[in-house]
Design a binder for this molecule. Sequence first.
Ligand SMILES: [Fe+2]
Ligand SMILES: [Fe+2]
Length: 278
Amino acid sequence: MKLYKVLPDLSRKNHMAIWQKALRQQWSAEDLDWSRPQRITSPRLKDQMARVLTPVLMGEQAALYSVSGLIPILGLNGEVESQFYLTTWAVDEARHTELFARYYGRLEREPLSIRRFRSGYLFQSQIVSTEPAEWLAGVLVSEVLAKLLLEDFKNLDLDPLLSDICDGILRDEARHLGFNQIYMEDRFKDLHLQGQSHVDAAAGHLRDRVQRVLDCVPPMFDEVNEELAAIGIDRHRIYSELEAGANRRLDRSIERGRRAAKGLQALSSADDAITEQG
Ligand SMILES: [Fe+2]
Ligand SMILES: [Fe+2]
């Protein structure tokens, strides 16, 4: 263990504000009413749900692993405010993993095995990195994808408990995307102050990374193609919104960092970063 400073600065205000929000907005799977009758009763629909929820559960578990792994790295970098925030992010992903694991019990089904869902495993593997900005660029794709799928599940209103699960997770995901924006803007502000060549190198690298992770999405959809269509989820709309949304968010962080470095605009507040859509 390395501790560089006994007294941390805690001077990054927006990081501290989103950490405080995350602390106050915690909730538990036990807050939901699991005794409500299951509306998904047809064996065929249960089988379809078990398949399409596989990438969702896998994503929650992979997020728990990777977020937990980044906590000590941020400490080593002396990024204590971000380290604080990630402790809540890990709790969020643990809660999401628990929710979907328990939901499989309610469905009386099991997800696809890793052997039968290699594309999902490859997608998650592409996101892994021990460099925080690199990791956050990949995470942008998985979190926007989770957001789009959960919004669809909620709108389809398949089972009231599933809608409540999606509703709670969507609030958490908005916060994760908000932190992603706060961290990236701040990183790009620093890079802009170091010079345009630093910005160009980092931006190019992170855009490539987003694209590599995006490339792993269609093979995953292929695996559950029929089930997505049967349930009423349009994979092509999801993919185009995902591609546009992930790139737009990264570009926005780069631009906001530039404007902040030039003194043209303040960095986004926690409230703005959480509520900003698209
Ligand atoms: Fe999650
Ligand atoms: Fe998340």
